[in-house]
Write a protein that binds this ligand. Sequence first.
Ligand SMILES: [Zn+2]
Length: 162
Amino acid sequence: MRPHLSLLGVPVTVRPTATAAGLLSALVVALLARERRATLSVAAGVLWYTADCAHVVGHIVSSQAAGAPMDAVDFGLYPMSVYVDHDVSPGQHIGRACGGVVASLVAALALAALARTVSNPQARRLLTIAAAQHGLLFMVSLLPLRLVDGGVIYANLPRLWR
Ligand SMILES: [Zn+2]
């Protein structure tokens, strides 16, 4: 499939399944919101992709810093980092996996802190939703599963000292 977009020079292929996460996010907020349900639900659907985007940018930056840059993003149910070269050091594996995790955590904390300072209730709700989305991405990406960053980090940590 030909890439559709480019993020910091990295080609991004977007699949139809990429709509699922935004729709799910909108549905969850529609079920939880007690007021302004339609507005908040649509906003949550759109905001989800900004959380995905921040996570991917974290990976792009950290993979370049680790000297093992990301080759592409395959955006289906979630944005999967594509690396052609898997023959990199444990430190480089960890370096490129850490960027997304750190970006999601920093964004979640910054947005949560910002939400506390805003007096407009609607703006505060939006910031809280965005913070929760970044926080969710942070937690999911740290799970010890092969498909996510946590799996890569935990598998390579013991190899650092070999
Ligand atoms: Zn990630």
